[in-house]
Ligand binder design. Sequence first.
Ligand code: AP5
Length: 221
Amino acid sequence: PKPKPLRIMISGAPASGKGTQCELITTKYGLVHIAAGDLLRAEVTAGSENGKLAKEYMEKGLLVPNDIVVMMVKNRLWQPDAQEKGWLLDGYPRSYSQAKALEDLGIRPDLFILLDVPEEILVERVVGRRLDPITGKIYHLKYSPPETEEIASRLTQRFDDTEEKVELRLKTHHLNVEDVLSIYKDLTLKVNGNLSKDNVFAQIDSALKELLEKKNAASAT
Ligand code: AP5
């Protein structure tokens, strides 16, 4: 039988590098990237009722209520592409109750990646972050500058990427992180996120390789 596709969760403080690593992971492993923050920002941009409500919480660095987030993520996980190719869940679950909602459906990842970055580094990463609205690519003015003048001229900044707001986002992260970790203790891989993005990826890549080998071996017997 064909081995089951990979199911990975990635977590970490704001600006710890989740989105950056997800880009590298999906390119190599072909998983479907499901980012709770991106799903929410799409609602905000669309101006839907959920989007309007979500924005009020996002601007305060608080968790958006579960009745918006949980359904949104569940629906995306059930899509055929995620079922066939496997998924990479980014920024969800962010609380005990969100994790529990997946546990109750029997959804458990193969691996729970935690990016570990010292707090003083995070603020600089947030303030320097820029996004390309055309390709969706994440840049940093100092650590990952745009390749061309044309790209540089169209870069945008997220509405919650100010020093003041990142402090609030960090507080929310600290309030919840231990609860989430307690559910995935046996599946957690703590990765040093305070290295170059390629060196961070090398740690993740070797864990994923090993996982895939195990899955292939298991399905061959
Ligand atoms: P979300 O969009 O998930 O934001 P976040 O968790 O704050 O994380 P970020 O997207 O800011 O950072 P990242 O870790 O992806 O870092 P990146 O790779 O971009 O959530 C936003 C809001 O939505 C929340 O505050 C909440 O309100 C709501 N929300 C989301 N999920 C929710 C949920 N489950 N429930 C309820 N509410 C929810 O990197 C950051 C910068 O650093 C970039 O500029 C990058 O180029 C640079 N960088 C990356 N890696 C490196 C490196 N190794 N070295 C140097 N620079 C690097």
